[in-house]
Design a protein around this ligand. Sequence first.
Ligand SMILES: *Cc1c(COP(=O)(O)O)cnc(C)c1O
Length: 358
Amino acid sequence: MTAHTRAALDALPAYTPGRTVPGAIKLASNEMSFPALPSVVAAIAEAAAGINRYPDIGSAALVAVLADTFNVEPEQLAVGCGSVALCEQLIQATCTAQDEVIFAWRSFEAYPILAQVVGAGAVKVPLSGGNLETAEALDLPALAAAITDRTRLIFICNPNNPTGTALRESDLIAFLDQVPTDVLVVIDEAYREFVDDPSIPDGIELARGRQNVAVLRTLSKAYGLAGLRVGYAVAAPEIAAAIRKVSVPFSVNSIAQAAAIASLAAAPELLDRCRQVIAERARVRNALLDMGFRVPPSQANFVWLPLRDRAAAFAAHCEESKVIVRPFNDAVNGGVRVTIGSAAENDVFLSAAASFTL
Ligand SMILES: *Cc1c(COP(=O)(O)O)cnc(C)c1O
């Protein structure tokens, strides 16, 4: 007989990563296509010499830089092994089996998996319909209406992965004002650095003075450190402390801490890369619209094609041209997420898309 494992795990879907196919262009995981900066590689090499020692468990040097950057107290910060780990820690810190997590669907595919791992209930609220400018966005009135006595946590992914849509400041403030103060709202801003619409709020500013709002950011996307796993949360001191309590000790390694500090020091250079991605995003979206695709406006480093149950066919078609995209095959809310790569990579993708029969 095999030893007992939790029954909840039998129904647990595996996280599906974007595929890496040798020789193909990968536009499947929202990574930056730029290589690591020499200054960051140098910091990594220097940290490598000290790997016989455990890392600083509290990432104090990195926390000091973040506190300074965002003008918050160090006590308001928690650093994690990618912000996906912080998502899990936030659920662990707030939910037991009787409690519920609310999030839009479709949104970040880790949310339902992490809720199930912790053993909390997951409440999925459909995205909004409507015209091209309003569809595929978080439906804030519906999210507010889903709150019950069991709700402990609400994930607001802004901009939303995988649809790229973003919430405006006035709408988000009106929503936050409706949430009971004992329910934590987590604004997941993994793509904040790609926002160029001034009506989209900075979550860290929104969270000031709100005890029940936490903000998640990551070094994986704009800062190009996906392989090293560093993310951070900004929250009220009590919430940040709770996140730190449930973390696996030493989960942010010393090389990752050093690379994150070096990357934040290189912010002007790295944010300039984001501006290049933003320009390419507009070019790619316009080309797709000209081809007849529906493409909601995106504020992230990817675009979303709501192709529903033709998502898999489109992804297979792109793969014939050696471009790997990320399909979510579902007749109701499926589509294809395509990361914005270099101009040359995007051109290969666009020529593949042009020969797909809509
Ligand atoms: C990529 C992503 C994250 C976290 O990425 P990490 O690599 O774990 O920091 C979190 N939320 C969303 C919505 C993402 O797309």
